[in-house]
Design a protein around this ligand. Structure first.
Ligand SMILES: Nc1ncnc2c1ncn2[C@@H]1O[C@H](COP(=O)(O)OP(=O)(O)OP(=O)(O)O)[C@@H](O)[C@H]1O
Ligand SMILES: [Mg+2]
Length: 226
């Protein structure tokens, strides 16, 4: 496999707790479901992505985890294992910019929330500085219906003025289903509440399908979820 036919998606925000691992894990689970050979790289210090994809296994540094025929994961804090090539590579980034910028992605996903607009903006500036090189930068509003709605509207408006970056049209609402998926280490669709609407799950699956489509993979959302 050559570098040319790998597609690399990174998920980064300098700010913590904005939903990076949630989006990275959902991208991986959705790609796996659609039989896209995917390499998941956890550059986050906690190795959260690996723990999630292995459904809660204890993990160790630099180990490879064969999760299924379609999903391989590696816990590689602080460094990107450039030697591993796969059709799709999803990187849950380190919050440190000097580690993050070692990866040459095709598309950067930057989840932003409303809690601290200034730190969100620092990440925005970092990415905007590289997007002039032709790398796509895609901002995603997460937790978009709690608190600071005005901050979010402001971030969205300001980012939209930048020609090179894009802001996802929708948003991921605040929902207990995401924390539940994270705590149980299952895909979001396995964490649904029986009698509640699946709007939050559908929102993130819409997002992840559209991200995968952008880098050339056509996927269908899980049957039963629209
Ligand atoms: N829209 C949301 N609604 C409710 N809970 C959410 C939402 N998005 C994320 N969460 C929860 O918030 C917590 C943090 O999310 P996540 O771990 O994906 O963020 P992160 O950016 O990877 O954080 P870190 O900086 O620690 O790596 C998790 O428990 C996650 O399930
Ligand atoms: Mg994380």
């Amino acid at each position: 496999m050559t570098q040319a036919n790998s597609r690399i998606i990174t998920v980064y925000n300098h700010k913590g707790g904005v939903g990076k691992t949630l989006i990275a894990a959902t991208l991986c689970f959705l790609a796996e479901l659609n039989r896209i050979q995917t390499l998941a790289v956890a550059m986050d210090r906690q190795g959260d992505l690996i723990r999630w994809l292995t459904r809660g296994k204890t993990i160790s540094r630099d180990d490879l985890y064969e999760i299924s025929d379609y999903l391989l994961a590696v816990y590689s804090p602080n460094s990107y294992p450039g030697r591993l090539r796969y059709p799709l590579i999803v990187v849950d980034q380190s919050p440190a910019w000097e580690d993050a910028e070692r990866v040459q992605p095709d598309l950067c996903i930057v989840p932003v929330d409303c809690i601290d607009a200034i730190i969100n903006f620092m990440s925005a500036r970092e990415w905007i500085s590289i997007s002039s090189s032709g790398v796509g930068v895609y901002f995603v509003l997460n937790n978009a219906d709690v608190g600071g709605k005005r901050d979010l509207a402001f971030i969205k408006k300001t980012l939209a003025r930048q020609r090179i970056v894009e802001v996802w049209d929708g948003n991921i609402p605040h929902s207990g289903v995401f924390r539940r998926a994270y705590n149980r280490k299952v895909p979001v669709w396995e964490a649904s509440y029986a009698e509640q609407s699946t709007v939050p799950e559908e929102a993130i699956l819409d997002l992840c399908s559209s991200i995968l489509a952008r880098v050339g993979f056509r996927v269908t959302k899980r049957p039963g979820l629209g």
